[in-house]
Design a protein. Structure first.
Lengths: 325, 484
């Protein structure tokens, strides 16, 4: 088990290197720092001095990969590649365009992101699994049919509609909760309840339909017939046998996103003004702050790889037949 | 002067591919039988009817040209540069049809079917005093002398006229369908009508006709009203919202289809090669898609779009017109979405090829000495096509929805491109106004919902018909006592 984890962690290194090289190519080779400077300073009427100053302030005035002017190790380290890309591996993200430390921003914004993402995740999982089990229980009846129709309709609605509609109805017309904003401590609940509800509702359609197919696939199997034959009630069959076995395919899709909860949700956070990592990313995209976007790309892939590892480990917990070696 | 934008060219390539596929399928009974199962699905065929309508609007909107400038053309008849005689504005065939809507701009917001502007303006009355009133619209309901009295009667008359036309058109179409069916089955027309009405046909004719009837009953009054009013109102700069929603359809369709077209060759080729050849080739391909897949797609798209924006902005000389620049951005967005979305299909195809590789017919081909390329092309590719097809139709609706979200984040289409995303993005702040401006938001959401719902229903029908795992599977109902 330990050996397996270590080997998986070693596998992750080339992938992270690949992500790093890809982002480096995307941010510095496709466009030179000169292009970026010109873009930031305005295309027209930009002097070469202004470009030099912009680059020097952000440390983009070095050679890309190989610095012939420097001494010894400096040939490799006094470069954009080392300063901006290699340092990501030790989680040194550098500074954003407004001069703030990105690492510090990320640490302080993780809290609000988690405060919204964790309830959405848990509540969403509970609601969708319950709903899908209900549909499976009433399978091949009108209730099941209209439930599936509702699922298809719900997954055809844009997530923007849920957010805009919910915000309008609950906050503006009914005045139940504030439209947007955030506060620390227990006060946060007032601001979080609406975004959490909206995210859960927006996610029901596609997941519930998918879980329903998984449940129905399990229900057709022999052990379910055996369980019924020995006289168990349908509810006991569903909860004790079908649910447990259906957890394996469900886990594949669910566990992998757990680490990504740290990243928050782009849309919901920016609509509700929650100072998490999602709104941080959107602000960076709108301000064309490449340093922040680059850091988020790296963190995102790091968390995704951790998620994959967790998925494999969770298999051994729920399915004793799976042995990792 | 006709103009072929990049996305137009790809749309035509796509249509050519679709026609070639249809020809290929129509000659092979075993492929045709799966498509017949799609044709039997009522929901699927109703959805296909709606989709066809959308596609037709999108195609009309893909025939672009630059109008000749009449006055200038005369003056510049002997000028050296012939291109000077054409406007820099790129129009489409749809624009030409909708010219009354496109040119009928108001000053600012007006409600659906309104005769007056939605904002007060200071006007000078004939007696010299000034007053704050809602002025009359320049185009909406100008034919009414006394809007307060005539409005209801006029709108009702137009709706009635539209409905009458819709019923006539519907009956004509149904008549043709029954005639054709009767000739095809060699039965009298009343028998054919009976069969279609009762749903006794293999192809779900009744679903198609009912959907068409519903579409006509909606479209008839809308067209009749659009002649004199802004049916969905106008937006902030006074553009007709109906025109904007119709123009948005092409953007949605282009993103949903071109993206798939762009990624398909890579996903199919790499997936099959990785699965069939294995070894270090497999390792490299797996490494590439795991790496791409491990970057959250929104962030990868954001990074790529930001970079592309810098490229486009630093090279303004590449594009002759604003439309061409917006089109380049749309195409680039499709390609980027393609790069981020091919990994899932590639992995599925690799897994399926691994299975197929061990089957007898592949081993027989190997024993005959067929080359790897031939085996992959002739024996494996046709047997994974159902996976490709299912992936394509399932991806479509997701991509249409993604466009709106990406445009909201600011990494979607060019702000000058009319799309559901840009419409929603400009309209979302209007809900905060007092009184509320709801129509452009609602129009965009409703059209998008219909398009995506139709795509979802159609993809369900395709999946049910082509997925061998689902074939013949029946879900047994729980017994009545337990269910209650």
């Amino acid at each position: 088990m330990i050996a397996y984890i270590i080997r998986r962690l070693l596998y992750a290194i080339p992938i992270l290197i690949g992500v790093n090289l890809l982002t480096f190519a995307l941010f510095f080779v496709v466009n030179t720092p000169d292009d970026m400077a010109r873009m930031q300073l305005g295309i027209k009427r930009v002097t070469p001095e202004a470009i030099q100053k912009w680059k020097a302030e952000r440390g983009y005035d070095r050679p890309l990969i190989y610095n012939a002017a420097a001494e010894g190790v400096g040939k490799m380290t006094h470069t954009i590649f080392f300063e901006k890309s290699v340092k990501l591996f030790v989680l040194d993200f550098g500074r954003a365009d407004d001069g703030r430390d990105i690492g510090h921003e990320i640490r302080s914004r993780m809290g609000p992101s988690l405060a919204i993402a964790v309830p959405v995740f848990l509540l969403g999982l509970f609601v969708t699994v319950t709903f899908a089990l209900l549909l499976a229980f009433f399978r091949a009846t009108y209730l099941d049919f209209w439930g599936v129709v509702a699922c298809v309709a719900m997954m055809s609605i844009s997530s923007l509609f849920y957010i805009i509609g919910g915000q309008y109805l609950v906050s503006k017309v009914w005045h139940l909760v504030p439209i947007s904003g955030y506060a620390g401590g227990l006060d946060a609940a007032r601001f979080l309840i609406l975004p959490v509800m909206i995210s859960v509702v927006a996610g029901i359609g596609s997941s519930a339909r998918w879980y329903r197919t998984i449940f129905l696939e399990e229900i057709g199997k022999d052990y379910v017939r055996t369980a019924r034959a020995k006289g168990l009630s349908e509810l006991a069959v569903l909860f004790r046998h079908v649910l447990k076995n259906a957890m394996i395919p469900i886990l594949t899709g669910v566990v992998v996103v757990i680490p990504l909860l740290f990243m928050g949700s782009l849309l919901v956070e920016s609509f509700f003004g929650i100072p998490g990592l999602g709104s941080y990313t959107i602000d960076a995209i709108n301000a064309q702050d490449f340093a922040v976007v680059r850091s988020m790309v790296f963190i995102g892939s790091l968390l995704y790889i951790i998620g994959l590892l967790l998925t494999d480990l969770s298999y051994t917990l729920v399915d004793p037949r799976v042995r990792l070696q | 002067m006709p103009i072929i934008l990049w996305t137009d060219a790809l749309v035509f390539v796509l249509i050519a591919c679709a026609l070639a596929t249809a020809r290929y399928v129509s000659r092979r009974e075993y492929l045709l039988s799966s498509w017949r199962r799609v044709g039997e699905s009522r929901a699927g065929m109703a959805a296909l009817t709606v989709l066809t309508m959308f596609v037709m609007i999108g195609l009309l909107d893909s025939l672009h040209y630059r109008p000749r400038l009449e006055a200038v053309a005369g003056k510049l008849a002997n000028a050296t540069n012939a291109a000077n005689g054409y406007s820099t504005e790129v129009r489409s065939a749809l624009d030409m049809l909708l010219m009354p809507l496109k040119s009928a701009t108001e000053k600012t917001y007006s409600a659906p079917l309104a005769t007056h502007l939605y904002a007060r303006e200071t006007v000078e009355l004939p007696d010299g005093t000034q007053a704050r009133v809602f002025p009359r619209l320049r185009h909406g309901g100008v034919h009414l002398k006394e809007p307060a009295q005539d409005w209801t009667r006029d709108v009702a008359a137009r709706i009635l006229l539209g409905l009458v036309f819709a019923v006539l058109a519907g009956l004509t179409f149904a008549g043709i369908a029954v005639r054709v069916a009767a000739q095809h089955w060699h039965v009298p027309w009343w028998t054919a009508r009976q069969r279609i009405c009762r749903g006794e046909t293999r192809f779900a004719w009744n679903a198609v006709l009912v959907t068409l009837a519903a579409l006509l009953l909606i479209a008839g009054p809308v067209v009749a009203l659009a002649g004199g009013y802004h049916v969905f109102g106008t937006d902030k700069v006074g553009q007709d919202v109906l025109y904007l929603t119709l123009k948005s359809i092409r953007t949605g369709l282009v993103i949903g289809t071109i993206t798939t077209l762009a990624m398909l060759p890579f996903a199919v080729a790499l997936g099959i090669v990785a699965g069939y050849i294995g070894g270090w080739v497999d390792d490299v391909i797996q490494y590439v898609y795991t790496t791409l897949n491990s970057i959250p797609s929104v962030l990868l798209i954001a990074a790529a779009v930001l970079m592309m924006q810098v490229v486009i902005d630093t090279h303004p000389d590449w594009f002759a017109t604003a439309a061409q620049r917006a089109d380049a951005r749309l195409l680039a967005l499709c390609l980027i979405l393609g790069v981020t979305s091919w990994t899932g299909l590639c992995r599925l195809l690799r897994a399926e090829t691994l299975k197929l590789r061990e089957l007898e017919y592949v081993q027989a081909a190997q024993a005959f000495g067929a080359s790897s390329v031939r085996i992959m092309g002739r024996h494996i590719l046709p047997n994974v096509m159902h996976i490709v097809l299912i992936a394509v139709v399932i991806d479509f609706s997701g991509l249409v929805l993604a466009e709106a979200v990406l445009s909201y984040i600011g990494i979607g289409v060019d702000p000058s491109t009319i799309s559901f995303g840009t419409m929603i993005n400009t309209a979302r702040l209007e809900l905060a106004r007092e009184p509320v401006v709801w129509w452009s938001l609602v129009a965009a959401f409703v059209f998008m919902f219909v398009l995506v719902l139709a795509a979802n229903l159609f993809s369900d029908a395709v999946r049910d018909a082509f997925d061998p795992r689902l074939a013949g599977r029946q879900v047994a109902p729980a017994t009545q006592g337990q269910a209650a």
